[in-house]
Design a protein around this ligand. Sequence first.
Ligand SMILES: [Fe+2]
Length: 275
Amino acid sequence: MALKLGPLSDVIGVEATGIDLSRPIGPEDRAALEAALADRLVMVVRDQTLSPAQLLDAVRNFGPLKAQHLTSLLLAEHPEIAVLDSRRTKVGADGRHVAIGARDWHTDHAHQERPPNYTALYAVSLPGAGGDTSFANMQAAYAALPAARRSELDACTVITKIDDRYSEADDKAAHREARRHPLVRTHPVTGRKAIFFHPGMVERLEGREAEESHTFLEALLENVISPEVTYRHHWRPGDLVLMDNRGQMHVAHQDYDLSLGRVLHRVLVEGERPY
Ligand SMILES: [Fe+2]
């Protein structure tokens, strides 16, 4: 079995086959995966069968693991894994499950001082149809803008806040103070610049009122996220998806029955301060 890498779309995403991450891999394969991920920002490793412990070892190929902040989601025996189970969500007034997070295009944990370099999602249970995840190459989105617009964005600083949906005391305590990060961050491996923020975690842009800031950012995403820079991932059993949070944004399509029990295991890899 030899590692094979191929594009998932023109602009973002790479598919990796012929590799079994339940066992240690060699330095050449590790380097090839790392390089492909830095270049393509999203990697789908197909046909994996991973116990929680094996999943953690698989993700450690990409760096040290990062502790997660929503403690109610953590797997008891392996707290580095958050269990994203569509049934473990709040039930709304109409009796239907209300999905947590991921309602809009976002970058994971962009409010943190050191956001995770990578988010890994492993498909544990995928009942029924729907539940795709779309990814946008925010480096390509940025690069396509006119120079004057890029300069304007380069000068913007985001002042972050804790998402209202996060009610857990530990998360609030860890991020009580407003932090800031550049709206455009540079990828340390490729040097490419990307538009970077989590709309739910933005208090405002520096020098602008909150309402004006949100209008500005909403219009920005509307303007730059087009089919030309996106890839829609249809999950298959055994998929391990790694996303580079320094260059992509994503959205989870919630077009499925949440009560069916769609389960993903999420692991985070430590990151650096955005610059
Ligand atoms: Fe996300």
